[in-house]
Ligand binder design. Structure first.
Ligand SMILES: NC(=O)C1=CN([C@@H]2O[C@H](COP(=O)(O)OP(=O)(O)OC[C@H]3O[C@@H](n4cnc5c(N)ncnc54)[C@H](OP(=O)(O)O)[C@@H]3O)[C@@H](O)[C@H]2O)C=CC1
Ligand SMILES: CC(=O)N[C@@H](CCC(=O)OP(=O)(O)O)C(=O)O
Length: 304
């Protein structure tokens, strides 16, 4: 049975992973809460584990890997941003390419994707791979997240004091997710990424507008939709669904670990809007972590 230590178990992502592990054949090693930030107590737990799941701020995640670097039997899954584009780390997005699930299954170090990049890469990577979107195409990515995406401090701010109904942020245009979006999305030109936060707990929409006449070969909406549908055919967690509804609710998949992709098109205008709808805490965090834990413990290589 795989022994799992969740460093940061009491946080938002850590709790979500713990809940999802209930009933699975894994043993969860829990640290004494009073010593949860004590490096020697954490190292002691890591020594006993087969798999360490890091649900920590970036600096603490780097510290944990350094702390346990000499423990050769231990594998790591990091939910933070710290190692997502670091050499030697596998990207924990099993649906990204046909080979990715098996690469994750064999890796010692796996980085769980960011919540926004999960939606962005799912939409863009197949289209870039197919040559429908050039890697240097100028792109704008709009996104809205529930406030739980900001972790415990943002949750407390919204639930105790009340937060803004809707706010743009990241207005310095340097969001921490852009490097992984470019790296795994196959982009050579930096996209303009515009995140926002709403006064709802969980859920997310990523939306990417495209001008069809500006794309190579001038594809139509159906060409774009067919490319995405082919990539995710048979995927358990990522579905390409029809865009027949007049509006899309950002919280539509709250509480679920799936992601829905849509291609909203108006060929007469030459316009397409790609959307990804997911739960930032589900497929955007703990749900993806569960997929990776299953792959890393050899239980489920078909979950992509
Ligand atoms: N929320 C989300 O939607 C997503 C979050 N993530 C990532 O997951 C990671 C955790 O985020 P989230 O769960 O939201 O954050 P939280 O703030 O909810 O939880 C972080 C946890 O780590 C603990 N912690 C902080 N420093 C240390 C340390 N040095 N040693 C041990 N424990 C420590 C915190 O304790 P205390 O509260 O006492 O400081 C807290 O329990 C982050 O890197 C985040 O970027 C990834 C995807 C989505
Ligand atoms: C609403 C909100 O604040 N969202 C966070 C992203 C969530 C998160 O921390 O994501 P990763 O750990 O996956 O990188 C932000 O924009 O920084």
């Amino acid at each position: 049975m795989t022994r799992v230590f969740i460093d940061g178990e009491a946080g938002t992502t850590g709790l979500g992973i713990r809940d999802r592990l209930r009933g699975l054949p894994v043993e969860i090693l829990s640290i004494d809460p009073a010593r949860r930030k004590d490096p020697s107590a954490r190292l002691d737990m890591m020594t006993k584990a087969d798999l360490v799941v890091l649900c920590l701020p970036d600096d603490a995640a780097r510290e944990a890997v350094a702390l346990a670097g000499s423990l050769e039997h231990v594998r790591f899954l990091d939910a933070s941003t710290a190692h997502r584009v670091t050499q030697g780390w596998e990207y924990g997005f099993p649906e990204m390419t046909p080979e990715q699930a098996s690469r994750i299954g064999k890796a010692r170090y796996v980085a769980n994707p960011g919540c926004y990049p999960t939606g962005v890469i799912a939409l863009l990577r197949p289209l870039v791979d197919a040559g429908l979107i050039p890697s240097d195409h100028p792109l704008t990515i709009n996104a809205v997240s529930g406030y739980s995406g900001g972790g415990r401090s943002e949750i407390e701010a919204h639930e105790r004091e009340g937060g803004p109904a809707f706010a743009l942020y990241g207005l310095g245009l340097e969001h921490k997710h852009v490097p992984e979006i470019m790296h795994y999305g196959g982009l050579t030109r930096r996209p303009l990424f515009v995140p926002s936060i709403g006064h709802f707990a969980q859920g997310m929409i990523v939306s990417i507008p495209l001008h069809l006449p500006d794309l190579p070969g001038q594809p139509c909406t159906a060409d774009i939709a067919a490319c995405l549908a082919a990539r995710y055919a048979g995927s358990e967690r990522v579905r390409v669904v029809s865009s027949d509804r007049p509006r899309l609710d950002a919280a539509a998949l709250a509480g679920q670990d799936d992601m829905e992709l849509r291609v909203h098109g108006n060929d007469a205008r030459g316009h397409v809007l790609l959307t990804a709808c997911l739960d930032n805490l589900g497929k955007g965090a703990s749900g993806a972590a569960l997929q990776n834990i299953r792959l890393m413990s050899g239980r489920d290589v078909s979950c992509a």
